[in-house]
Design a protein around this ligand. Structure first.
Ligand code: DGY
Length: 317
């Protein structure tokens, strides 16, 4: 039986499945392992079932035991893993696409609604019993008729686009390439970020974090937005330069932000906390029972497939 290190606690049924299929070293206290601990604990293991909270940089990967052949990431994003370093060591890296598309897109839409419709202020007013209905109380931005710019039209971006269209939004997107009509669902393609941002009343960041996308939303690119745009991010915190976005909120260049992901999670830039126009969530994208179960099962199946066939359809390096 292959031996695996599971770095974070999984839902119960998934841990049972892992134990059935592997000699699995589980993390029942859900401790956050340091990189050194991951290296130590993976001695004698054939694979690691990692999560987005494990920083698998080149230094860590190079110190993993020779026996490690696969890192199966319990996430669709794999910005936490140095793919090149893993490849050089002959370690396969896999992710969990598709199964979290719907849940993450739901949060993507929630971010848009929460930021546009002033939900943080509304919640506070209701909790404090400090409100009265009036014609001009907490007037927000209506989604119907607003232009939504999707940065990264992968599976999650496409699903957000479909829901947004059904809400009456006019969808635009920027992607490495133009999608076929069955996938773009009538959305307008922009071949540059500048072109996309200049028509985005609401921006939804959905692209993966990579060397090319780190701080893509920055002081310069935020200026491409129309004044009073809304910026939302359901992808990865690394894509946004927080100081620039906070400054744009301060200057009212940006009307509101909706964020589920942050640089250096679980911390977030405290600058956001000063603004009632910041609708912030604690990385809930895939957090439903159905989705977390499907993700963990897929992460386990990826390891099995790799050891059985020497390959895996969800291999990303
Ligand atoms: C992912 O899979 O990348 C999600 O962000 C997890 O919540």
């Amino acid at each position: 039986m292959k031996k695996i290190l599971v770095t974070r606690k999984l839902l119960k049924e998934c841990e049972e499945k892992a134990l059935k299929m592997f000699d699995a070293n589980l993390n029942s206290n859900d401790e956050l392992y340091s990189q050194n601990n991951v290296i130590k604990m993976s001695q004698g293991c054939d694979g690691i079932l990692s999560s987005l909270t494990d920083k698998m940089d080149a230094e860590t990967i190079n110190k993993l035991p020779e026996s490690i052949k696969i890192i199966s990431n319990f996430a669709v994003g794999f910005g936490n893993i140095d793919l090149e370093a893993a490849k050089k060591r002959g370690i396969a890296v896999t992710n969990t696409p598709d199964v979290l598309t719907d849940a993450t897109a739901e949060i993507g839409i929630l971010l848009i609604l929460g930021a546009c419709r002033r939900v943080p202020e509304g919640i506070q007013g209701a909790k404090d019993c400090n409100w009265k209905w009036s014609a001009d109380y907490l007037i927000g931005k209506q989604l119907t008729g607003a232009r939504l710019g999707i940065l990264g039209m992968g599976r999650i971006g496409q699903k957000i686009a479909r829901i947004a269209k059904s809400l009456g939004m006019i969808v635009h997107y920027h992607n490495r390439s133009k999608l076929s009509p069955d996938k773009d669902n009538g959305a307008t393609y922009h071949d540059t970020l500048k072109s996309l941002m200049s028509v985005s009343d609401v921006l939804s960041v959905c692209c993966p974090a990579s060397n090319e996308t780190i701080n893509l939303i920055n002081k310069e690119t935020l200026e491409y937005l129309p004044k009073g745009a809304v910026v939302t991010n359901v992808a990865r915190g690394d894509i946004v330069d927080d100081e620039a976005l906070i400054d744009a909120l301060e200057r009212r260049k940006v009307y509101a932000v909706g964020l589920d992901v942050y640089k250096g999670e679980p911390n977030l830039n405290p600058g956001y906390l000063k603004y009632k126009q910041a609708f912030i969530l604690p990385h809930l994208g895939s957090a439903t029972k159905e989705t977390r179960t499907a993700m963990a099962n897929l992460a386990i199946d990826n390891i099995e497939e790799y050891f059985k066939t020497g390959n895996c359809k969800n291999k990303v390096n």
